[in-house]
Design a protein around this ligand. Structure first.
Ligand code: SF4
Ligand code: FES
Length: 256
């Protein structure tokens, strides 16, 4: 079994791929395979990781043409995977690199963000979008003596969006992010919606209005890739659909 890895650094005319014969062991992850490549083949291979436990979100990359976490993806699961995950197509996963999924694991940088070196991408745009939505709790109510309480049902609704680890896998899987560099993207919009429905947060429509722009809620075409690739089961497409329905409802109400 082999590892086929994208290699690029500044000054190169075009990227190339290195192929390395892997010595897989039980439980080996793609991240482990990258370490093996560094130890046995080329220690200049560049990639990001930190927690090695699907918590920090830094190791997202394109593995067998699907954005996912290298630390959580086991080599054996890829070999037996077949076509279990079928994404709505977009250029970065459809390009013509030759690769045999039965015998090779293909590792490439996450699409839609510039490559700095090998598997390391510049995530500035992703985090600019995230900061644009002001992802911090705001309340106009005075601070209570103890904690700000929420109904359990409201907690449950918010919880599904709070698990985001900012890995940007959804950004790299979204065909709209590929076509339109100004689109805020699934993670930022899911976070914005998370604050809109937080019953302790500001009680007006300012959160919704923040992304009521052509490159916000309305740019999504509901391909659904964001939800399919999210390692934490965050459903950005649901957040976007609900936000749009809410804006439409508010507009209809104000027209009466
Ligand atoms: S929504 Fe999911 S895929 Fe997107 S950044 Fe958050 S954890 Fe990653
Ligand atoms: S190394 Fe932290 S999520 Fe993979």
């Amino acid at each position: 079994m082999k590892l086929k890895i994208y290699r690029y650094e500044e000054g190169m005319v075009s990227p190339h791929y290195d192929v390395f014969k892997l010595e897989p062991y039980h439980g080996m992850t793609v991240l482990n395979a990258l370490f093996q490549f560094q130890e046995q083949f080329d220690d200049s291979l560049a990639f990001r990781y930190s927690c090695r436990g699907a918590v920090c979100g830094t190791c997202a990359m394109l593995i067998n043409k699907i954005p996912r976490l290298a630390c959580r993806t086991q080599i054996t699961s890829l070999i037996n995977e077949g076509h279990k995950i079928s994404l709505s197509p977009y250029p970065a996963i459809e390009d013509t690199v030759s690769w045999n999924p039965k015998d090779e694991v293909l590792v490439e940088p996450l699409p839609h963000l510039p490559v700095i070196k090998d598997l390391i991408i510049d995530t500035s745009k992703f985090f600019e979008d995230y900061l644009f939505v002001e992802p911090v709790f705001k309340s106009s109510d005075p601070a209570p003596e103890k904690e700000r309480l929420m109904e359990p049902v409201a907690v449950k609704e918010v919880e599904q969006y709070t698990n985001c680890i900012l890995c940007a896998a959804c950004f790299g899987a979204c065909p709209i992010n590929g076509e339109n560099p100004e689109y805020l993207g699934p993670a930022a919009l899911a976070k914005l919606y998370r604050f809109y429905i937080d019953t302790r947060d500001i009680k007006n429509n300012a959160r919704l209005k923040k992304a009521d722009i052509p490159n916000g809620w309305w740019a999504c075409e509901f391909h659904g890739n964001c939800r399919l690739v999210c390692p934490k089961n965050v459903p950005p497409n649901t957040a976007i659909a609900k936000a749009r329905a809410e804006i439409t409802r508010i507009r209809m109400h104000s027209d009466k």
